[in-house]
Design a protein around this ligand. Structure first.
Ligand code: NAD
Length: 440
């Protein structure tokens, strides 16, 4: 099948590459000329495990190509995937301008080229209920006679595991009421669900709601466990043991029960807020979700308070080594990363930061610039530092050289925002050790 992917970020590039890998001809379009040039030169603009192989194979044989010209991308494509940003706007709702502007551009192209055959616009961006209808109206306004359909196909990939998630999805959601679109999408996704995982065909609005409900539920699970951890600290219970006991109940499940410094990333924060906004617009007070956001925002403050308390509420001039900047391991994405939020707060308290992350240094530089120091060796960050703060649970931090940490730091103090280290061991080694929800 001939496919266009509009927007070549984390979702678009993975989508395009994986569709090419299963034999489709994919042309990716982006307004970012620098990014497109990089990809034309064979350079991946993001870090995502497993993507490089597929990317290189499919670009080499010409099944995956790139352009900045929307017309070039869509003229021969039956399916047009929208993988555009839907960031949070000023009042917490999803900013649909990227999606609707492209819909507008498509409408104009369809009107100028009315001889083009049937096209299916497939929305992969996370968008509020009713957006498919808005996209349809936008296109119709310029091209009322053109034969097209708009489908909602929310994406559930996780950064760091995006290729695996895309190649072997637990489920595929297709929101459409059009039989022809259904037929094409069923054919497109068939290679990805060979092992028997379902494709759910639903209406457009339900598809849009499924994505928000899933992300909001997972965010709620994290905030719930963070509250349990906070209560463990006050009562002397150990959240590690509580988590194991609770998570072994199959009705609850083991995942998303890890307490820490809160959720971040490009999805959960904005998606929870967008669903709150959808509720508000429908005069419904979604009480749980308001609490989910409040707990998450408070989690960084509680962690900061531990740091402040250790240093008698004065960290002016103190040096901190921060291990981990990405919002989670195996990605270079720092959007809404707890590490960056904490660093900003530490800088406000006049502390100095030396940071190390295996992949996310460049992305952090574009946000924090030279307000902090960056190093390429985790132990170098410790030299002359008053404490180590761990903010992302990269595998390479899990079994470090504890003696080297002790001798490199000015004082053997570790603040572990991800509960990576064993409490007993840290005690035996002589560290002052702070984690989340575990007695020391
Ligand atoms: P991203 O910011 O990484 O990528 C978006 C891309 O769109 C950028 O490269 C940008 O230059 C491009 N773009 C902007 N305007 C354009 C235009 N007019 N024409 C062509 N390209 C344009 O975003 P992302 O993380 O890939 O997310 C895309 C959507 O998918 C969002 O709605 C997000 O919520 C959703 N989503 C993201 C993830 C994730 O893990 N990142 C997972 C599931 C769903």
């Amino acid at each position: 099948m001939n496919i266009a992917v509009v927007g070549t970020g984390y979702v678009g590039l993975v989508t395009g590459t994986c569709f090419a890998e299963t034999g489709n001809n994919v042309i990716c379009v982006d307004i970012d000329e620098h990014k497109i040039q990089k990809m034309k030169d064979g350079v991946l603009p993001i870090y995502e495990p497993g993507l490089k192989n597929y990317f290189e194979r499919n670009t080499k044989i010409g099944r995956l190509t790139f352009t900045t010209d929307l017309k070039e991308a869509v003229e021969n494509s039956l399916l047009i995937f929208l993988c555009l940003p839907t960031p949070q706007d000023g009042n917490g709702s999803a900013d649909l301008s990227y999606v609707l502007n492209v819909a507008d551009d498509l409408g104009k192209l369809f009107s100028e080229h009315s001889h083009w055959e049937f096209k299916v616009i497939v929305d992969k961006s996370t968008v509020p209920v009713g957006t498919s209808e808005k996209v349809r109206e936008k296109i119709k306004k310029s091209a009322p006679e053109f034969n097209f359909d708009v489908v909602s196909n929310p994406e559930f990939l996780r950064e760091g595991l995006a290729v695996d998630d895309f190649m072997k999805p637990e489920r595929v959601i297709i929101g459409t009421s059009n039989d022809e679109s259904k037929k094409y999408l069923e054919q497109l996704y068939e290679p990805f669900v060979r092992s028997g995982n379902p494709i759910y065909f639903v209406d457009e609005k339900s598809a849009e709601m499924i994505k928000y409900a899933a992300n909001s539920f997972l965010a709620a699970k994290i905030s719930f466990m963070n509250e349990i951890a906070n209560l463990c600290e006050l009562t002397g219970a150990d959240v590690d043991k509580v988590r194991a006991g609770v998570g072994s109940d199959s009705r609850i499940g083991k995942r998303f029960l890890f307490p820490g410094v809160g959720y971040g990333g490009s999805c959960f924060p904005k998606d929870v807020k967008a669903l709150i906004n959808t509720s508000r617009e429908n005069e419904y007070d979604f009480k749980i979700l308001n609490a989910v956001v409040e707990v998450n925002e408070n989690q960084i403050e509680l962690f900061l308070n531990k740091i402040l308390k250790h240093f008698d509420n004065n960290i002016t001039g103190k040096n901190f080594a921060v291990w981990g900047l990405a919002f989670k391991p195996n990605t270079d994405d720092v959007r809404e990363a707890p590490a960056l939020k904490l660093i900003k707060r530490l800088l406000e308290e006049n502390a100095f930061i030396t940071a190390y992350d295996p992949e996310a240094t460049e992305t952090t530089k574009s946000v924090l610039g030279d307000s902090i120091k960056y190093v390429t060796d985790p132990y170098e960050a410790l030299e002359n530092s008053d404490a180590l703060i761990l903010m992302t649970e990269w595998n390479e931090f899990r079994n470090p050289d504890y003696e080297k940490i002790k001798t490199s730091l000015k004082h053997p103090v570790v603040f572990d925002g991800r509960n990576v280290y064993d409490v007993k061991k840290m005690k035996e080694l002589g560290f002052s050790y702070y984690s989340v929800g575990r007695p020391f």
